[in-house]
Design a binder for this molecule. Structure first.
Ligand SMILES: Cc1cc2nc3c(=O)[nH]c(=O)nc-3n(C[C@H](O)[C@H](O)[C@H](O)COP(=O)(O)OP(=O)(O)OC[C@H]3O[C@@H](n4cnc5c(N)ncnc54)[C@H](O)[C@@H]3O)c2cc1C
Length: 94
């Protein structure tokens, strides 16, 4: 690493903190409410009624857009839960 003052420090790796944001305003245009921001996710979508369903009935979310801890394992679990919620809604079970 070379710092602004010209000094250097050997570095084999770097961890960079990243805060996720929604890539587009689509969810907001559809009226979806946001979850409370965290250091990891500034604009996760709230799922106040049941896992996977946003504050807008019939609008579902999965993965990083939910504001959960971003990881592949969580995203896969989220996709499965949300798929179940969609089926429940489509079949009238929920
Ligand atoms: C640098 C980095 C390192 C990571 N390392 C790890 C790790 O080691 N282990 C781990 O478990 N997790 C890791 N993660 C987290 C993991 O990658 C994410 O949690 C996961 O990929 C999120 O999956 P997703 O499907 O929700 O979103 P994404 O993988 O972001 O997929 C969203 C997709 O939607 C597309 N898209 C967005 N907007 C639109 C639009 N308007 N129209 C059409 N397409 C659109 C995007 O192009 C993208 O392809 C890492 C993340 C980053 C950024």
């Amino acid at each position: 690493m070379v710092f602004a003052d010209g000094t250097e420090r050997p570095c084999g790796g770097l961890l960079v903190p990243v805060t996720l944001h929604q890539r587009t305003g689509l969810a907001a245009q559809l009226g979806a409410a946001l979850a409370a921001p965290t250091p990891l996710t500034a604009e996760g979508l709230a799922t106040p009624k049941m896992p996977g369903e946003t504050s807008v009935r019939g609008l579902f979310v999965a993965g990083d857009a939910t504001g959960q801890m971003p990881s592949v394992a969580n995203v896969i679990a989220s996709g499965s839960t949300t798929a179940s919620a969609i089926v429940g809604r489509l079949t009238g079970a929920t």
